[in-house]
Design a protein around this ligand. Structure first.
Ligand code: NAD
Length: 295
């Protein structure tokens, strides 16, 4: 049993913390949103009224926050709150520079640290089947592995500090591009008089098969658990996809990689977000594409 502080109990963090509780760990949770703390408490997480209360006595602190700025703010506060030797794990998706800065803050505290972003969505978080892509030292990885294994099915040690985030940004660039591709295919099928189910039955067992189609299918019907069946409630919010694509483009620019489709996907998600749809699931971009086609 490990004493864990879990900070950020949203769509992902809530069910991840719940799985740590199920595995027999003592989990204290903190979030700025009372509603998130309340629902985590229903799953057995001990609610904390402040970050300080959550992390006191913790052997491991896990953060699952929206963006790099939130992670840096929380980890900066941790510098005065946690004991030397505490293991710090950030599972949020952030830019590589923020991830490295977080590792530096940890080393100033004499703490071990991992960047460990995830893939698998809210269903993977609930089922404990996430993929973790991890950056950090071998020693920190060995220490964190048993905890990550209670929340995920596949844990990949990608390299040193920041390598997990690098893998995540590449993966999500594929996801953003593939979701737009799947939405475009359904839009074309609609114009051609092909039913959603027929396209799904063919593409899901053909070379067009991908996660955006078979797990987050952007039209209601073929995949009953996809956000499209729930009026596009996230799921994975469009604002987060927009963030990840922006991160991929910043990284592409800095490293000199050619990512023309990633650039186009980033522009489409930025447009979708600007039109006020950031809180919808990222598969809802099919609506914007239909509008571009005139209905
Ligand atoms: P979310 O917005 O549902 O949850 C984030 C939570 O952090 C919120 O409840 C918010 O109140 C809390 N928070 C923000 N600042 C805080 C602070 N200073 N202290 C305490 N709590 C604070 O987001 P999410 O969907 O759970 O995503 C979290 C991270 O995981 C993001 O970086 C996202 O890109 C990544 N991610 C999400 C998914 C997904 O499917 N939702 C999948 C993979 C990765």
């Amino acid at each position: 049993m490990t004493k864990i502080a879990f900070v950020g109990l949203g769509n992902m963090g809530g069910p991840m913390a719940a799985n740590l509780v199920k595995a027999g760990h003592e989990v204290r949770g903190f979030d700025l949103s009372d509603a998130s703390v309340k629902s985590a408490a229903e799953a057995g997480v001990t609610p904390a009224g402040s970050l300080a209360e959550a992390v006191s006595d913790a052997e491991c602190v896990i953060t699952m926050l929206p963006k790099g700025q939130h992670v840096i703010a929380v980890w900066t506060d941790l510098t005065t709150l946690v004991a030397e030797g505490t293991l710090l794990i950030d599972c949020s998706t952030v830019d590589v520079a923020s991830a490295r800065q977080a590792h530096e803050l940890a080393s100033v505290m004499n703490c071990m640290s991992l960047d460990a972003p995830v893939s698998g969505g809210t269903s993977g978080a609930s089922a404990g089947t996430l993929t973790f892509m991890v950056g950090g030292s071998d020693k920190a990885f060995a220490l964190g592995l048993p905890l990550l294994e209670t929340m995920g099915k596949k844990i990949v040690h990608c390299g040193s500090a920041g390598a997990g985030q690098a893998a995540k940004i590449c993966n999500n660039m594929i996801l953003g591009i593939s979701m737009i591709g799947v939405c475009e295919a359904f839009g074309l099928a609609e114009k051609l008089g092909l039913s959603h189910q027929a396209l799904f039955d063919v593409a899901s067992t053909s070379s067009g098969q991908c996660w955006s189609l078979t797990t987050y299918c952007p039209v209601p019907g073929p995949v009953p658990a996809s956000p499209a069946n729930n009026d596009y409630r996230p799921g994975f919010a469009a604002t987060l996809m927009s963030k990840d694509l922006t991160l991929s483009q910043e990284a592409a620019k800095q490293s000199g990689a050619a990512t023309p489709l990633g650039e186009h996907a980033a522009a489409l998600y930025a447009e979708f977000e600007k039109a006020g749809h950031g809180a919808e699931d990222f598969s809802a971009i099919i609506r914007m594409l239909r509008e571009k086609a005139g209905g």
